[in-house]
Design a protein. Sequence first.
Length: 170
Amino acid sequence: MWSQIGNTAGVIAVCIVVSSLLLWRTRDLRLALVAPMAIAMQGLIFLIAAKVVDRDRPQVEKLDASPPTASYPSGHVGASMGLYVAFALLALGIERAWLRWTTVILCLAMPLLVAFSRLYRGMHHVTDVGAGAINGAICALLAYGWYRRCTRRRQGGRGLPDRDRGRVGS
């Protein structure tokens, strides 16, 4: 089950639903584009790295059918990491502390469960999963950084709105 959460169709479906809800609730297109940008960037990097490295899957019994791509890096882990880390970063703006931290913890747990599943099911080497996780996390951070930069520029370089000052990470 956890492996399927990280597949292309699952990641795209969750991304479309959540990004649409974000756009509907906030009317902020840039905010709604953070997760799609993160998974698009990681997808491009995944395709290039898989083509360049072209690593075979581990020689163990597999519990899933092998996708037609190479083992390195893990696309499932990269996509789920990009998507859910982007959501976790966006969740830092939730005002209610209990909801903010519950959302962040659940979002960060999802790609870890996908990573464990891909290893357990014999689909990847540990380094494949690690590279996918790094790829997804960096792409999420880049997409979120783009959003923050656009937000600051739109506010005239003032940084965070008054209600958000000092709250990130507290």
